[in-house]
Design a protein around this ligand. Structure first.
Ligand SMILES: NC(=O)c1ccc[n+]([C@@H]2O[C@H](COP(=O)([O-])OP(=O)(O)OC[C@H]3O[C@@H](n4cnc5c(N)ncnc54)[C@H](O)[C@@H]3O)[C@@H](O)[C@H]2O)c1
Length: 334
């Protein structure tokens, strides 16, 4: 019995593949490599001393995907494959819906056809839109405010409809907060193809000298220092949340859980911690707010803890340290 990991050579996928193998699962990876390199999986193989079956294909290519389901005994699917840039989704919404919704539907149809037991979906805290208060609970109203967030919400809804129609397949919707950090080996980490959209890789590229300075989008939010507050979670903690979700689905039909640390840090907090742990200076300038950014976003961790007996264990300094090790050892990524 194997776990199919779509998008398994990407940032969160590659770290999750390591954890899955460490926990004794057999893994099959599909990825079209549109935002990753096969080198990440080669390094995962090295780190886990294993051979990982890999198929370069687009998750919208149902015919090709079906062959994987025929060849392997797929017990569960963890669906990471998708596009993740909010700004790109605003520029090219139909492409985002095609990949994120169309790709998920394609996999879901095969999951039904081959009677897979579990499906874990990478959702996002963006499905809460601009929440009226924090910490964010899973029961808060859902309100996506951009095509990326809407694509996540659509898939969440379709999966729950599938659950109603097909009681055999169990479903987890995991809403990630802000994954950062890298594997402690410094061999795998986040590898943005272009200028990073996310804060941590941006900071680490400033630290290594690839970018001049960080732009802070807004310092006039209603937060302790005026900059946006986010819930940063170490990617390994996040990966382990997927293992817990797999275990939970053994005896349960549906899981909807936020995965974060429950602590909010401002942009300036993150810069200070990065500087203190790495001894690198991060020059920055404050510019206008970015459309669509919320002031504060962090999760209530009690539900995930209660249901999964899971909580993030790594702190912000470890997230910075591991990011920097990866960046320093791989200045140009993979
Ligand atoms: N990183 C974050 O901040 C974050 C936060 C919340 C949710 N998520 C979600 O988690 C998932 C993984 O994110 P990530 O940060 O690892 O991103 P990533 O881009 O590093 O990984 C996604 C992988 O999917 C692959 N892929 C994309 N489209 C594909 C397609 N049509 N067919 C096959 N493979 C395809 C890419 O090549 C890449 O390897 C995504 O669905 C993303 O939306 C990420």
């Amino acid at each position: 019995m194997e776990i199919l990991v779509t998008g398994g050579s990407g940032y969160i996928g590659s770290h999750t593949v390591i954890e899955l193998i460490n926990f004794g699962y057999k893994v099959v990876v599909v990825d079209n490599l549109c935002n990753s390199k096969i080198e990440s999986l080669k390094r995962v193989e090295k780190l886990t001393n294993s051979k990982i079956p890999f198929y370069k294909l687009d998750v919208r290519d149902k015919k090709a995907l079906k062959k994987i389901f025929e060849k392997h005994d797929i017990y569960a699917v963890i669906h990471f494959a998708g596009l993740k840039s909010v700004s790109d989704s605003i520029i090219n919404p139909t492409y985002y819906y095609d990949v994120n919704v169309g790709g998920a539907i394609c996999i879901m149809q095969l999951v039904q056809e081959f009677a897979c037991k579990s499906f874990i979906f990478s959702s996002s805290a963006t499905v809460y839109g601009n929440p009226s208060k924090v910490p964010i609970k899973e029961t808060f109203p859902l309100c996506a405010v951009n095509p990326y967030g809407r694509s996540k919400l659509m898939v969440e809804n379709i999966l729950q409809d599938m659950l109603l129609a097909n009681t055999d397949c169990k479903i987890a919707l995991l809403r990630y907060f802000n994954p950062v950090g890298a594997h402690v080996s410094g061999l795998i980490g986040e590898n943005p193809k272009n200028t990073p959209n996310n804060l941590m890789p941006y900071i680490s590229q400033v630290a290594i000298g690839k970018l001049d300075k960080l732009k802070i989008f807004g310092a006039d939010y209603n937060t302790s220092d005026g900059t946006g507050v986010r819930d940063y979670i170490h990617v390994i903690d996040l990966a382990r949340g997927h293992i817990k979700a797999l275990e939970y689905l053994e005896n349960n039909q549906l899981l909807i859980a936020n995965l974060g640390t429950g602590k909010g840090y401002s942009v300036l907090d993150l810069i200070k911690t990065f500087e203190a742990t790495t001894k690198k200076k991060i020059p920055y300038e404050i510019v206008a707010r970015r459309k669509g950014d919320v002031a504060t976003c962090y999760t209530d961790t009690s539900y995930a803890f209660k249901k999964l007996n899971w909580q993030a264990k790594y702190k912000l300094d470890k997230m910075c340290k591991d990011t920097w090790r990866w960046q320093k050892n791989n200045p140009n990524g993979y």
